[in-house]
Design a protein around this ligand. Structure first.
Ligand code: 4NP
Length: 160
């Protein structure tokens, strides 16, 4: 069976995108649909490659029964554009970095993640890195809503 391949992208791949990877994976595992998805995350920057998620992101996720401690940061690669079906940017800066690198024929794979949560009325998951612990809970709230929306979108657009 073919899988939907979903890549979450932020700047460092230590705060927002590993959180999104963990949340979305929990949603599909809880729905007993893990086999339908390949889920990953990456950063447009390379500074944190090889690092685990920020301790504040791990703690906020753990409070919601999500374990992201085994994830390790990596940078987006050229072959990601062919490998993934949905490439989801956390903010406009990362969206623009991706749009600057993607081959023209694959532009349609790239979206702002919060486009899948239109009721939120915001388009970006804010960078929590230089803020306090509260920022990480807010990030998770946004990510949960967009994860529900993404799953609904995938189900509505399912072929076969
Ligand atoms: P992320 O957060 O993009 O959500 O992983 C950041 C992590 C590190 C930095 C910026 C944002 N940094 O500048 O090191």
């Amino acid at each position: 069976m073919s899988q939907y391949k979903v890549l979450f992208v932020c700047l460092g791949n230590i705060c927002r995108s590993p959180s999104a990877e963990g949340v979305f994976r929990k949603f599909v595992v809880d729905a007993d649909r893990e086999h339908e998805f390949f889920i990953d995350s990456a950063g447009t920057g390379s500074w944190h490659a090889g690092s685990p998620p920020d301790v504040r992101a791990r703690k906020a996720a753990s409070n919601r029964d999500i374990d992201i401690s085994s994830l390790r940061a990596r940078q987006v690669r050229g072959d990601d554009f062919g490998a993934f079906d949905y490439i989801l940017a956390m903010d406009e800066e990362n969206l623009n970095s991706l749009l600057g690198a993607v081959p023209q024929t694959m532009r349609g794979k790239i979206h702002l993640f919060l486009d899948f949560a239109p009721d939120l009325g915001v388009s970006e998951v804010p960078d929590p890195y230089y803020g306090g612990e509260n920022g990480f809970d807010h990030v998770l709230d946004l990510i949960e809503e967009a994860s529900r929306g993404l799953l609904a979108h995938i189900d509505q657009n399912r072929v076969g």
